[in-house]
Design a protein around this ligand. Structure first.
Ligand code: DGY
Length: 322
């Protein structure tokens, strides 16, 4: 059987696939679409990244394809309906990246709220003078209200960490999760109320047609003027034009983004130049241990799919249990 892997991975992780013919894209950056379309022609298994668009057109170019395995938990780049229609299970990697991504959300929240990057730039720029009681005053984390949009695995891990900061935690999502409310000490709010009551808002919801631009002008206008917005989910959750306006005009205090729309965000994008907008290049799960675990899980999903077994984590389970 033939396998295509669309990005170089950490040493050793592809070893379990040795018995099959494995083609790995060795080029710099994501595999160009034309190359991907060409190389899937005789492929049985595809191990792909969130930068690859897996849609009906690509599936049509891959008549032998029997499993897609994505090395990410989010699968908004994959047309699940088209895969399901072809009976192709789509693997993904929830669980193994939960804690690392929650750590990143907290790193962003703390850095933006306490203005750490601005302080760093201040020192690097040679501006550090005598101690100044008014220098770079920011917000607090302790004794504030944190609003989590999307109380899934990552949102729950973010909530757990909030206890150490004596925070009140609110959450919102498509439905209430009473079983988590007592365990995590979180309180449900409708989105509008959560936005109005939170000092900090962290986005951990998946990108779907329903959540696209969930945080637009209306939502940003509801937030507090000193609020921090953190996005570790997908850039598409936030309307970036509206966010720029909100940051310039002081509807909110600051934003910290691990994800943007588009990605990569161009260096001359207006958000990049704002002192109250911290942006990092989609590093949510980027610890060595976690990226290895994600790759290993993606390989395990792929192997199982090739053998015709249920995947460890399948994003379209209706294929496996029609
Ligand atoms: C994911 O898994 O969806 C992240 O965005 C990358 O870790």
């Amino acid at each position: 059987m033939n396998v295509l892997v669309t990005r170089r991975l950490l040493p050793g992780v592809l070893d379990p696939l040795r018995r099959w013919a494995v083609d790995v894209w060795e080029g710099e950056g994501p595999m160009p679409r034309s190359e991907l379309t060409k190389r899937v022609a005789d492929v049985d298994g595809l191990l792909c990244m969130l930068t690859d668009r897996i849609d009906a057109e690509l599936l049509a170019a891959a008549p032998r394809l029997r499993v897609v395995s994505q090395m990410a938990v989010g699968v908004d780049n994959v047309d699940l309906g088209a895969c399901t229609a072809r009976g192709i299970p789509v693997g993904h990697t929830p669980g193994v990246l939960t804690e690392t991504t929650a750590d990143t959300a907290w790193a962003l929240l703390a850095a933006a709220t306490r203005r750490i990057p601005e302080g760093h730039d201040h020192v690097r720029g040679g501006h550090w003078g005598p101690w100044d009681p008014g220098l770079l005053l920011g917000g607090d984390l302790w004794d504030t209200t944190l609003g989590i949009v999307g109380l899934g695995r990552i949102g729950s891990a973010v909530a757990r960490r909030a206890r150490g900061f004596s925070m009140r935690v609110l959450y919102t999502g498509p439905r209430r999760k009473p079983h988590l409310e007592a365990r995590l000490r979180v309180t449900y709010r409708e989105l509008d109320d959560l936005l109005a009551e939170s000092d900090h808002v962290v986005l951990t919801a998946p990108l779907t047609p329903e959540t696209r631009h969930l945080i637009g002008r209306d939502a940003l206008r509801r937030m507090r003027p000193d609020a921090t917005l953190v996005n570790v989910a997908r850039g598409g959750l936030v309307d970036h034009e509206a966010l720029y306006e909100a940051l310039i005009e002081g509807w909110i205090g600051r934003a910290a983004l691990d994800v943007t729309e588009p990605e990569p965000i161009p260096g001359d994008h207006p958000l990049v130049g704002l002192p109250n907008c911290l942006i990092i290049p989609h590093l949510g799960s980027a610890s060595e241990r976690t990226r290895r675990a994600m790759a290993e899980l993606a390989v395990a999903n792929l192997e199982r799919g090739l053998r015709g077994e249920p995947l460890v984590h399948c994003a379209n389970p209706e294929v496996e249990h029609p």
